[in-house]
Design a protein. Sequence first.
Length: 292
Amino acid sequence: MARRIPRLLLKPHSLKAPLLALLVTAAALLQSGCSSLFFFPDRNTYITPDRLNLSYENVHLDTADGETLHGWWLPAKGEAQGTVYFLHGNAQNISSHLLNIAWLPAEGYNVFTIDYRGYGKSTGAPDIEGALHDSDTGLRWLATKAETQNTPIFLLGQSLGGALGLTLASEWVQRNETPELNGVILDGTFSGFRGIAREKLSEFWLTWAFQVPLSWTIPDDYEGVDLIANISPTPVMIIHSVRDGIIPFHHGQALYEAAREPKQFLPTDTPHSATFIIPAYKESVLEFLKKN
C-alpha cells in the first residue's frame, strides 16, 4: 500500500512553490525508492516481426512469483549459427526495440527477446529485482529449446538490458549454469544501478540535494563494475557511443576497465541505443559472434 504524503505537503499556502515542489518530488521518490528512474514501460504495439518479413513465435513464460512474460522467438534464416538472447532498454517494450535485432536472423542467428514484467503484454509492474528474475526466466527457457542445442548462445543487452544481462551473466557463469554462454555484448550500458541513479539525480535541481539518500534506496548488489569481472572467462564485448547523451561514455570505459580478459571495447558514434543503424558496427558484432 502506498504511503500517504505528509499533510504539510498538501498545503500550498504554507510553503513557497519551489520548496513545495522539491518536497513533493522527494516524498514521491522516497515512497518508491529509485526504481521509477529505470523503468518507462508501455503496452502499445509499435511493430511486429511479420511487418519486417520475419518469421516468429509468440512465447509466454510463467515466473516463479506468478507473473506471465511475453516474448518473441525469431528463428534464423537457413542453418542457425547460434542464438542471441536480447534484453532491451528501459522504455516502451519489445515492439519498439525490434529493429535493433531484426537484422540477425538473416545473418544466421536465432533471436529470443522478452518483455520484463509490466512491459508490453507481460503482466505485473516493473522493479529491479523483478526484472532480474525475468531475465533469468527467459534464459532458462532458452536452455530447453531444441534449436539452441549444440550451437553457441550469446547475450546481448542494451542500456538497462545490458545492466540486467551483466548481472545475470555474472551469476550464471559463477554457478556454472548450463547452457554455457559463449559471449556477452553490452551496448550503452551504465556501470551500476546505484551509480547511475546518483548521477541522474544530481543533474536535476529538484533532486540534487537528495542524490545520496535516494540512491541508497537501491541495493548495491547490482553494480556492474563490481560484477563484470565474474563473467570471465566468457568473452565480453562492450559497446559505447562517444555521443551517448543518456548514458555517458565514461560508463562504458569503467565497465571495460573492470572486466577481465577476454574483452573487447567498441567505441561508436551514434545516439543512445542506435548502434545498429551503422553497417560497420553490425559487422564488428558479427565478427565477435563468429569467433566465439
